[in-house]
Write a protein that binds this ligand. Structure first.
Ligand SMILES: Cc1cc2nc3c(=O)[nH]c(=O)nc-3n(C[C@H](O)[C@H](O)[C@H](O)COP(=O)(O)OP(=O)(O)OC[C@H]3O[C@@H](n4cnc5c(N)ncnc54)[C@H](O)[C@@H]3O)c2cc1C
Length: 510
């Protein structure tokens, strides 16, 4: 068996793996990034059909912002020297939410004052509670920064004195806190529109998780790269190489070698052994413990944690290239959240049903007018399935028919909700199912949001344990299945955390 030495091997070039590898390479470590696909990015990529280049996943970036007012992602990209190599534009409005059962239709703007004012127009008497909500969001954002700086070892005294409301709300789900601040029910329902971005309903989702996400979106606005998320992935990959790191595409890590509870190497699918004492995995714990490490070498606690976690929603997406302009089609908005109702608990339950066509749909031209040839439009639709409704419906012979049937349902639902006609103008169509996501990224069961962040496995315990020692010496995880949960900003930031922990362990080992 051929043997090669590296200081660190990063498994997978998704968002988390790219950042981790870049940080390690920039720190002067001999870094190898191994990616089973032939491209960097994982979900963060694009693909072409006919004359259209489709974004594969990104609707909008959270925690980014601009030079004058920015979030953690902006700071990270700046620190890593990639910020100015990527073009970004703002998404025009926060969201439009439409319900199918009772025909509600609300459009909300970015900017806290604008958002609060608009909500007051829709729900008289909501102003005070909305202001309280955003004040809480601001305090939570600051408290999370403190938790980050204190590397998971915050002083209780500081938390109590500087972030008292954070401490007060940290243990509760969204609905409990919104009730406690006396937000009118209708305002709660509109505010909770973004719930499907985290994939858990208001009675299971941690308030701090939801509040900080909404606060960051509304305060900093949301951005997208001008050339799809592929632009970010390619820039990060180029930067890794220019810092001396190696990237091997089309190669899969088959095994992580362990000796005496310490990582000692990885074996690739071509039987090459890479000797290393440090591995950062962008592949999920399910994959790593499921088929990369000999079961006798997996620490019992690590296995218990992975097994006790629930997988998040499994992805379904549809991509349309239309041969009419957005004006001709009457598509006035960027983000359409189309639900049966605004009851998040019921909507979550309905995601167990294949005939549920609730969706978050983007008209890309409303943020990037020239993203497709003149007189054409790009749209993409995303939905989630919980449970095994997709597996039950799919057989060895009906996969393509099933995709057609589901696509038809999502299109009809969109047309009905928005009173538009898109079907006659479809020039290109592509459909991605949980099988597509599992195939391209090896995500367990085709989940697109990592492990479900709900109930007791929520943001708070994950954050408190973020800087804990690894169960297996030399192994760290990053990405949507790691400590910060899923989403672009979280997966990028998790790569930074995993690299910092690895650098610390390397220093201590000297
Ligand atoms: C349709 C859709 C819409 C979304 N919209 C948004 C949005 O608007 N905003 C947002 O913030 N988030 C969004 N997300 C979520 C976001 O895309 C993910 O949370 C994020 O991209 C996950 O990144 P990751 O670091 O976990 O890497 P992944 O994308 O999971 O990549 C993991 C990589 O590891 C590689 N790999 C796995 N195993 C091995 C192995 N053994 N050897 C070598 N390589 C391996 C895979 O090939 C893959 O490239 C969306 C996702 C989807 C699918």
């Amino acid at each position: 068996m051929k043997e090669i030495n590296y200081d660190v091997v990063v498994i997978g070039a998704g968002n988390g793996g790219l950042i981790a590898a870049l940080k390690m390479a920039k720190s002067g470590k001999k870094t190898l990034l191994v990616e089973r696909h032939i491209l960097p990015g994982g979900f963060a990529t694009s693909f072409s059909r006919g004359r259209f280049e489709f974004e594969a996943s990104l609707h909008e970036l959270c925690d980014m912002g601009h030079a004058d007012k920015h979030g953690n992602l902006y700071t990270l990209f700046e620190e890593l020297g990639v910020l100015n190599k990527i073009g970004f534009v703002d998404v025009p409005e926060a969201f439009r939410v439409i319900t199918l059962d009772d025909h509600l239709d609300y459009t909300m703007p970015f900017g806290i004052d604008n958002f609060v004012n608009k909500m007051e127009e829709y729900v008289l008497g909501s102003r005070k509670s909305m202001e309280t909500f955003f004040a809480l969001g601001k305090e939570i954002s600051a408290a999370l920064k403190y938790l980050n700086v204190s590397q998971g070892k915050p002083e209780t005294k500081v938390l109590m004195s500087d972030y008292p409301n954070f401490m007060r709300v940290a243990a509760y789900p969204v609905n409990k806190v919104l009730d406690a601040i006396k937000m009118p029910k209708k305002a709660q329902q509109i505010l909770n529109t973004y719930w499907s971005y985290l994939g858990a309903p208001e009675d299971k989702l941690s308030f701090i998780h939801y509040a900080v996400m909404v606060y960051l979106y509304i305060n900093l606005k949301a951005q997208i790269p001008t050339k799809r998320s592929n632009e970010i992935s390619v820039v990060l990959a180029e930067e890794i190489k220019s810092c001396g790191g190696d990237i091997w595409y089309g190669r899969e890590v088959k095994e992580i070698k362990v000796d005496n509870n310490r990582v000692c190497g990885v074996v690739l699918d071509n039987d090459v052994l890479i000797k290393t004492n440090y591995v950062i995995s962008n592949a999920s714990p399910h994959s790593v413990y499921g088929h990369m490490i000999d079961s006798k070498n997996i620490p019992a606690e690590a296995l218990q944690l992975a097994n006790s976690r629930k997988l998040s929603g499994r992805g379904f997406s549809m991509f349309l290239g239309l041969n009419k302009s957005k004006e001709e089609l009457g598509l006035t908005d960027y983000s359409y959240f189309i639900y049966n109702s605004l009851d998040t608990t019921k909507e979550f339950a309905r995601m167990n049903d294949l005939n549920n066509y609730s969706q978050v749909t983007v008209c890309l031209n409303n943020a990037l007018p020239n993203c497709s040839p003149k007189g054409t439009t790009i749209m993409y639709f995303t939905s989630l399935y919980f449970g095994d409704c997709f597996d039950k419906a799919v057989t060895e012979t009906n996969y393509f028919d099933l995709k057609d049937q589901l696509a038809e349902g999502f299109i009809k639902t969109f047309e009905k909700a928005t009173n538009t006609s898109i079907r006659p103008y479809i020039e290109e169509i592509e459909v991605a199912t949980p099988l597509t996501y599992a195939h391209y990224t090896d995500s367990p069961d085709g989940t697109i949001y990592g492990y479900l962040t709900a109930d007791l496995d929520n943001m708070m315990p994950r954050l408190m344990r973020m800087y804990d020692e690894a169960y297996l010496n030399g192994l760290q995880f990053c990405g949507g299945h790691a400590m910060r949960s899923s989403g672009y900003n979280s997966s990028y930031l998790s790569g930074d955390v995993a690299a910092k922990l690895t650098l610390k362990a390397m220093k201590e080992a000297k």
